[in-house]
Design a protein around this ligand. Structure first.
Ligand code: ATP
Ligand code: MG
Length: 332
Protein backbone atom coordinates (compact mmCIF):
# COMPACT_ATOMS: atom_id res chain seq x y z
CA UNK A 1 0.00 0.00 0.00
CA UNK A 2 1.49 3.38 -0.96
CA UNK A 3 2.21 5.86 1.82
CA UNK A 4 1.36 9.46 1.02
CA UNK A 5 2.93 12.54 2.61
CA UNK A 6 2.59 16.25 1.90
CA UNK A 7 2.99 19.52 3.79
CA UNK A 8 1.71 23.07 3.46
CA UNK A 9 3.30 26.14 5.00
CA UNK A 10 1.39 28.55 7.27
CA UNK A 11 3.03 31.51 5.50
CA UNK A 12 -0.21 33.26 4.59
CA UNK A 13 -3.73 32.64 3.41
CA UNK A 14 -4.27 29.42 1.44
CA UNK A 15 -4.95 30.22 -2.21
CA UNK A 16 -6.40 28.58 -5.28
CA UNK A 17 -2.91 27.39 -6.31
CA UNK A 18 -2.56 25.47 -3.05
CA UNK A 19 -6.14 24.24 -3.38
CA UNK A 20 -6.11 22.92 -6.94
CA UNK A 21 -2.38 22.11 -7.01
CA UNK A 22 -2.19 20.24 -3.71
CA UNK A 23 -5.09 20.27 -1.22
CA UNK A 24 -7.65 18.63 -3.50
CA UNK A 25 -5.18 15.83 -4.11
CA UNK A 26 -4.75 15.38 -0.34
CA UNK A 27 -8.46 14.74 -0.07
CA UNK A 28 -8.57 12.44 -3.11
CA UNK A 29 -5.61 10.34 -1.98
CA UNK A 30 -6.92 10.35 1.59
CA UNK A 31 -10.17 8.78 0.38
CA UNK A 32 -8.16 5.94 -1.14
CA UNK A 33 -5.31 5.41 1.31
CA UNK A 34 -6.88 6.39 4.64
CA UNK A 35 -4.41 6.51 7.53
CA UNK A 36 -1.60 5.83 5.05
CA UNK A 37 -2.04 9.43 3.92
CA UNK A 38 -0.23 11.86 6.15
CA UNK A 39 -0.58 15.65 5.86
CA UNK A 40 1.06 18.35 7.83
CA UNK A 41 1.04 22.11 8.39
CA UNK A 42 4.77 22.73 8.14
CA UNK A 43 5.40 25.52 10.63
CA UNK A 44 9.12 24.66 10.94
CA UNK A 45 9.44 25.59 7.27
CA UNK A 46 7.45 28.79 7.71
CA UNK A 47 10.04 30.30 10.07
CA UNK A 48 12.77 30.01 7.40
CA UNK A 49 11.37 32.86 5.29
CA UNK A 50 11.62 36.18 7.17
CA UNK A 51 9.53 37.82 4.42
CA UNK A 52 6.52 35.75 5.49
CA UNK A 53 7.08 35.02 9.18
CA UNK A 54 5.61 36.90 12.11
CA UNK A 55 5.89 35.14 15.50
CA UNK A 56 2.71 36.85 16.72
CA UNK A 57 0.73 35.47 13.77
CA UNK A 58 2.24 31.99 13.34
CA UNK A 59 -0.06 30.01 15.67
CA UNK A 60 -3.17 31.66 14.27
CA UNK A 61 -2.05 31.07 10.69
CA UNK A 62 -1.30 27.45 11.54
CA UNK A 63 -4.84 26.97 12.85
CA UNK A 64 -6.28 28.77 9.82
CA UNK A 65 -4.36 26.46 7.49
CA UNK A 66 -5.77 23.47 9.36
CA UNK A 67 -9.30 24.93 9.12
CA UNK A 68 -8.84 25.48 5.37
CA UNK A 69 -7.84 21.86 4.83
CA UNK A 70 -10.70 20.50 6.92
CA UNK A 71 -13.10 22.83 5.08
CA UNK A 72 -11.74 21.55 1.75
CA UNK A 73 -12.83 18.06 2.78
CA UNK A 74 -9.91 16.53 4.66
CA UNK A 75 -11.28 14.27 7.38
CA UNK A 76 -8.96 13.87 10.39
CA UNK A 77 -10.77 10.64 11.29
CA UNK A 78 -9.75 9.11 7.98
CA UNK A 79 -6.25 10.55 7.38
CA UNK A 80 -3.41 11.70 9.62
CA UNK A 81 -3.26 15.50 9.80
CA UNK A 82 -1.02 17.37 12.23
CA UNK A 83 1.33 20.31 12.85
CA UNK A 84 4.99 19.64 12.06
CA UNK A 85 6.53 21.22 15.19
CA UNK A 86 4.44 18.83 17.32
CA UNK A 87 6.53 15.90 16.05
CA UNK A 88 10.17 16.63 16.96
CA UNK A 89 11.47 13.64 14.97
CA UNK A 90 11.23 15.83 11.83
CA UNK A 91 14.06 17.97 13.16
CA UNK A 92 16.07 15.03 14.35
CA UNK A 93 16.03 13.27 10.98
CA UNK A 94 16.65 16.57 9.23
CA UNK A 95 19.98 16.92 11.04
CA UNK A 96 21.11 13.47 9.96
CA UNK A 97 20.22 14.38 6.36
CA UNK A 98 21.99 17.74 6.71
CA UNK A 99 25.18 15.80 7.34
CA UNK A 100 24.64 13.88 4.08
CA UNK A 101 23.68 16.73 1.74
CA UNK A 102 26.23 18.74 -0.30
CA UNK A 103 25.83 22.52 0.14
CA UNK A 104 26.26 22.91 -3.64
CA UNK A 105 23.08 20.88 -4.27
CA UNK A 106 21.12 23.18 -1.97
CA UNK A 107 22.49 26.35 -3.54
CA UNK A 108 21.23 25.14 -6.93
CA UNK A 109 17.59 24.99 -5.81
CA UNK A 110 15.48 27.46 -7.82
CA UNK A 111 13.11 28.17 -4.96
CA UNK A 112 16.01 29.00 -2.65
CA UNK A 113 17.47 31.38 -5.23
CA UNK A 114 14.09 33.07 -5.81
CA UNK A 115 13.35 33.57 -2.13
CA UNK A 116 16.92 34.52 -1.13
CA UNK A 117 17.01 37.16 -3.90
CA UNK A 118 14.46 39.22 -1.96
CA UNK A 119 16.35 39.11 1.34
CA UNK A 120 19.23 41.25 2.57
CA UNK A 121 20.43 38.58 4.97
CA UNK A 122 19.66 34.96 4.08
CA UNK A 123 18.99 32.61 7.01
CA UNK A 124 20.74 29.22 6.75
CA UNK A 125 17.32 27.67 7.38
CA UNK A 126 16.13 28.84 3.95
CA UNK A 127 19.03 26.96 2.37
CA UNK A 128 18.24 23.86 4.47
CA UNK A 129 14.53 23.89 3.59
CA UNK A 130 14.74 20.98 1.10
CA UNK A 131 16.64 18.87 3.64
CA UNK A 132 13.89 19.34 6.21
CA UNK A 133 11.38 18.54 3.47
CA UNK A 134 13.22 15.30 2.69
CA UNK A 135 13.03 14.46 6.41
CA UNK A 136 9.29 15.25 6.48
CA UNK A 137 8.63 12.75 3.70
CA UNK A 138 11.10 10.01 4.58
CA UNK A 139 10.32 10.02 8.31
CA UNK A 140 7.13 8.21 7.27
CA UNK A 141 8.85 6.21 4.53
CA UNK A 142 6.37 7.85 2.18
CA UNK A 143 6.67 7.05 -1.52
CA UNK A 144 3.89 9.30 -2.90
CA UNK A 145 3.97 13.09 -2.56
CA UNK A 146 1.07 15.21 -3.88
CA UNK A 147 2.53 18.67 -4.69
CA UNK A 148 2.53 21.46 -7.25
CA UNK A 149 5.11 21.53 -10.02
CA UNK A 150 7.25 24.04 -8.09
CA UNK A 151 8.29 21.21 -5.74
CA UNK A 152 9.72 18.92 -8.45
CA UNK A 153 13.32 19.87 -7.77
CA UNK A 154 12.88 19.34 -4.01
CA UNK A 155 11.38 15.88 -4.55
CA UNK A 156 14.31 14.98 -6.81
CA UNK A 157 16.69 16.04 -4.02
CA UNK A 158 14.66 13.96 -1.55
CA UNK A 159 15.25 10.95 -3.81
CA UNK A 160 18.98 11.68 -3.88
CA UNK A 161 19.09 11.97 -0.09
CA UNK A 162 17.21 8.66 0.25
CA UNK A 163 19.66 7.01 -2.17
CA UNK A 164 22.65 8.43 -0.33
CA UNK A 165 21.34 7.33 3.06
CA UNK A 166 20.59 3.84 1.75
CA UNK A 167 24.02 3.60 0.15
CA UNK A 168 25.80 4.75 3.30
CA UNK A 169 23.79 2.96 5.97
CA UNK A 170 21.91 0.18 4.20
CA UNK A 171 18.48 -0.01 2.54
CA UNK A 172 16.10 2.08 4.67
CA UNK A 173 14.05 4.60 2.68
CA UNK A 174 11.93 4.45 -0.50
CA UNK A 175 12.60 6.94 -3.31
CA UNK A 176 9.42 9.03 -3.34
CA UNK A 177 7.55 10.20 -6.45
CA UNK A 178 5.66 13.46 -6.88
CA UNK A 179 1.98 13.26 -7.84
CA UNK A 180 0.53 16.28 -9.64
CA UNK A 181 -2.95 17.60 -10.29
CA UNK A 182 -2.76 17.63 -14.07
CA UNK A 183 -4.69 20.84 -14.75
CA UNK A 184 -3.17 22.79 -11.88
CA UNK A 185 0.56 22.24 -12.06
CA UNK A 186 1.51 25.86 -11.50
CA UNK A 187 -1.24 28.40 -11.12
CA UNK A 188 -0.21 31.97 -11.97
CA UNK A 189 -0.66 34.85 -9.52
CA UNK A 190 -3.53 37.27 -10.12
CA UNK A 191 -0.99 40.13 -10.38
CA UNK A 192 0.54 38.51 -13.47
CA UNK A 193 3.93 38.24 -11.70
CA UNK A 194 4.67 34.51 -11.93
CA UNK A 195 3.49 31.70 -9.66
CA UNK A 196 0.77 32.47 -7.13
CA UNK A 197 2.48 32.31 -3.71
CA UNK A 198 1.33 32.95 -0.16
CA UNK A 199 4.60 34.58 0.79
CA UNK A 200 4.37 37.13 -2.05
CA UNK A 201 1.41 38.63 -0.21
CA UNK A 202 -2.23 39.30 -0.89
CA UNK A 203 -1.56 40.97 -4.26
CA UNK A 204 -0.55 37.62 -5.77
CA UNK A 205 -3.27 35.41 -4.38
CA UNK A 206 -6.91 34.51 -4.69
CA UNK A 207 -7.61 33.09 -1.27
CA UNK A 208 -9.95 30.13 -0.92
CA UNK A 209 -11.27 31.68 2.30
CA UNK A 210 -11.20 35.22 0.94
CA UNK A 211 -14.50 37.18 0.85
CA UNK A 212 -15.97 37.02 -2.66
CA UNK A 213 -16.17 40.80 -3.04
CA UNK A 214 -12.45 41.05 -2.28
CA UNK A 215 -11.75 38.35 -4.89
CA UNK A 216 -13.80 40.32 -7.41
CA UNK A 217 -11.80 43.52 -6.72
CA UNK A 218 -8.61 41.63 -7.61
CA UNK A 219 -10.07 39.99 -10.71
CA UNK A 220 -11.49 43.29 -11.94
CA UNK A 221 -8.00 44.79 -12.28
CA UNK A 222 -6.17 41.55 -13.18
CA UNK A 223 -4.14 41.74 -16.41
CA UNK A 224 -5.56 39.87 -19.43
CA UNK A 225 -4.16 39.06 -22.87
CA UNK A 226 -2.32 42.30 -23.83
CA UNK A 227 -3.59 41.83 -27.42
CA UNK A 228 -7.05 42.95 -26.24
CA UNK A 229 -6.37 46.68 -26.08
CA UNK A 230 -9.92 47.58 -27.18
CA UNK A 231 -13.03 45.48 -26.65
CA UNK A 232 -13.16 44.92 -30.42
CA UNK A 233 -9.66 43.35 -30.45
CA UNK A 234 -9.74 39.53 -30.39
CA UNK A 235 -7.56 37.73 -27.83
CA UNK A 236 -6.16 34.32 -26.95
CA UNK A 237 -7.57 32.78 -23.74
CA UNK A 238 -4.57 30.45 -23.64
CA UNK A 239 -2.39 33.51 -22.99
CA UNK A 240 -4.60 34.90 -20.25
CA UNK A 241 -4.73 34.41 -16.49
CA UNK A 242 -8.49 34.52 -16.58
CA UNK A 243 -8.46 31.72 -19.17
CA UNK A 244 -6.26 29.65 -16.82
CA UNK A 245 -8.66 30.25 -13.94
CA UNK A 246 -11.72 29.38 -16.07
CA UNK A 247 -10.22 25.92 -16.58
CA UNK A 248 -10.22 25.45 -12.80
CA UNK A 249 -13.63 26.85 -11.93
CA UNK A 250 -15.96 26.87 -14.94
CA UNK A 251 -17.96 24.08 -16.54
CA UNK A 252 -17.28 23.13 -20.15
CA UNK A 253 -20.16 25.12 -21.75
CA UNK A 254 -19.06 28.27 -19.90
CA UNK A 255 -15.45 27.77 -20.98
CA UNK A 256 -16.65 27.32 -24.57
CA UNK A 257 -18.65 30.57 -24.48
CA UNK A 258 -15.86 32.53 -22.74
CA UNK A 259 -13.03 31.24 -24.95
CA UNK A 260 -14.93 31.66 -28.23
CA UNK A 261 -16.11 35.09 -27.10
CA UNK A 262 -12.50 36.09 -26.41
CA UNK A 263 -11.17 34.79 -29.74
CA UNK A 264 -13.90 36.55 -31.73
CA UNK A 265 -14.05 39.69 -29.57
CA UNK A 266 -17.69 38.75 -28.99
CA UNK A 267 -17.34 39.47 -25.26
CA UNK A 268 -15.17 41.89 -23.28
CA UNK A 269 -12.71 40.96 -20.56
CA UNK A 270 -15.06 42.19 -17.84
CA UNK A 271 -17.82 39.87 -19.14
CA UNK A 272 -15.34 37.01 -19.13
CA UNK A 273 -14.29 37.83 -15.56
CA UNK A 274 -17.94 37.93 -14.43
CA UNK A 275 -18.49 34.47 -15.90
CA UNK A 276 -15.44 33.25 -14.01
CA UNK A 277 -16.73 34.81 -10.80
CA UNK A 278 -19.83 32.59 -11.02
CA UNK A 279 -17.68 29.46 -10.98
CA UNK A 280 -15.61 30.80 -8.11
CA UNK A 281 -18.76 31.52 -6.13
CA UNK A 282 -20.06 27.99 -6.76
CA UNK A 283 -16.80 26.31 -5.69
CA UNK A 284 -15.81 28.48 -2.73
CA UNK A 285 -19.12 29.30 -1.04
CA UNK A 286 -19.66 25.85 0.55
CA UNK A 287 -16.01 25.70 1.54
CA UNK A 288 -16.22 29.12 3.22
CA UNK A 289 -19.39 28.09 5.04
CA UNK A 290 -17.66 25.00 6.43
CA UNK A 291 -14.67 27.12 7.48
CA UNK A 292 -16.99 29.45 9.41
CA UNK A 293 -18.48 26.46 11.26
CA UNK A 294 -15.01 25.15 12.11
CA UNK A 295 -13.81 28.52 13.38
CA UNK A 296 -16.79 28.51 15.71
CA UNK A 297 -15.51 25.24 17.21
CA UNK A 298 -11.78 25.82 17.91
CA UNK A 299 -11.63 22.94 20.41
CA UNK A 300 -12.58 20.46 17.71
CA UNK A 301 -9.76 21.78 15.48
CA UNK A 302 -7.19 21.62 18.28
CA UNK A 303 -8.26 18.14 19.38
CA UNK A 304 -8.07 16.87 15.80
CA UNK A 305 -4.52 18.24 15.46
CA UNK A 306 -3.41 16.78 18.80
CA UNK A 307 -4.78 13.39 17.81
CA UNK A 308 -3.04 13.65 14.42
CA UNK A 309 0.32 14.45 16.06
CA UNK A 310 -0.01 11.37 18.25
CA UNK A 311 -0.73 9.15 15.26
CA UNK A 312 2.20 10.65 13.34
CA UNK A 313 4.62 10.10 16.23
CA UNK A 314 3.65 6.46 16.45
CA UNK A 315 4.98 6.01 12.92
CA UNK A 316 7.92 8.41 13.30
CA UNK A 317 9.42 7.02 16.51
CA UNK A 318 10.40 3.55 15.30
CA UNK A 319 11.77 4.96 12.03
CA UNK A 320 13.93 7.37 14.00
CA UNK A 321 15.07 4.50 16.24
CA UNK A 322 16.14 2.60 13.15
CA UNK A 323 18.01 5.68 11.86
CA UNK A 324 19.80 6.25 15.18
CA UNK A 325 20.99 2.70 15.22
CA UNK A 326 22.18 2.73 11.58
CA UNK A 327 24.00 6.05 11.99
CA UNK A 328 25.81 4.52 14.94
CA UNK A 329 24.79 6.72 17.85
CA UNK A 330 25.50 5.27 21.31
CA UNK A 331 22.54 3.44 22.81
CA UNK A 332 22.20 3.48 26.59
P1 ATP B 1 5.19 30.15 0.00
O1 ATP B 1 5.12 31.40 -0.84
O2 ATP B 1 5.33 30.44 1.47
O3 ATP B 1 6.22 29.16 -0.49
P2 ATP B 1 3.15 28.72 -1.39
O4 ATP B 1 1.95 29.46 -1.82
O5 ATP B 1 4.19 28.42 -2.41
O6 ATP B 1 3.75 29.45 -0.12
P3 ATP B 1 3.50 26.19 -0.05
O7 ATP B 1 3.02 26.05 1.35
O8 ATP B 1 4.95 26.44 -0.28
O9 ATP B 1 2.62 27.36 -0.74
O10 ATP B 1 3.07 24.93 -0.89
C1 ATP B 1 1.96 24.11 -0.52
C2 ATP B 1 1.58 23.27 -1.71
O11 ATP B 1 0.92 24.07 -2.71
C3 ATP B 1 2.77 22.64 -2.43
O12 ATP B 1 2.42 21.32 -2.80
C4 ATP B 1 2.98 23.51 -3.65
O13 ATP B 1 3.60 22.80 -4.70
C5 ATP B 1 1.54 23.88 -3.97
N1 ATP B 1 1.49 25.16 -4.69
C6 ATP B 1 1.92 26.36 -4.22
N2 ATP B 1 1.70 27.32 -5.12
C7 ATP B 1 1.13 26.73 -6.20
C8 ATP B 1 0.65 27.21 -7.48
N3 ATP B 1 0.74 28.49 -7.78
N4 ATP B 1 0.12 26.31 -8.34
C9 ATP B 1 0.03 24.99 -8.02
N5 ATP B 1 0.45 24.48 -6.83
C10 ATP B 1 0.99 25.33 -5.93
MG1 MG C 1 6.03 27.48 -1.73
Amino acid sequence: MPRVFSGIQPTGNPHIGNYFGAMKNYVRLGDTYGKNSIYCVVDLHAITNPAAYDPAALAERTLEMAVANFAAGLDPERVIFFVQSQVPEHQELSWVFTALTPVGELERMTQYKDKAAHLESVPAGLLMYPVLMAADILLYKADTVPVGEDQTQHIELTREIARKFNHTYGETFPEPQAVYAKDALRIPGVDGQGKMSKSKGEGSTIGILEPLDSIWQKLRVAPTDPARVRRSDPGDPEKCLIGDYHKLFSDLPTIEVAFTGCRTAGIGCVDCKKMLMEGIRRELTPLQERAAELRADPDWVRDALAQGAQEAREIARPVMEEVREKVGFLRL
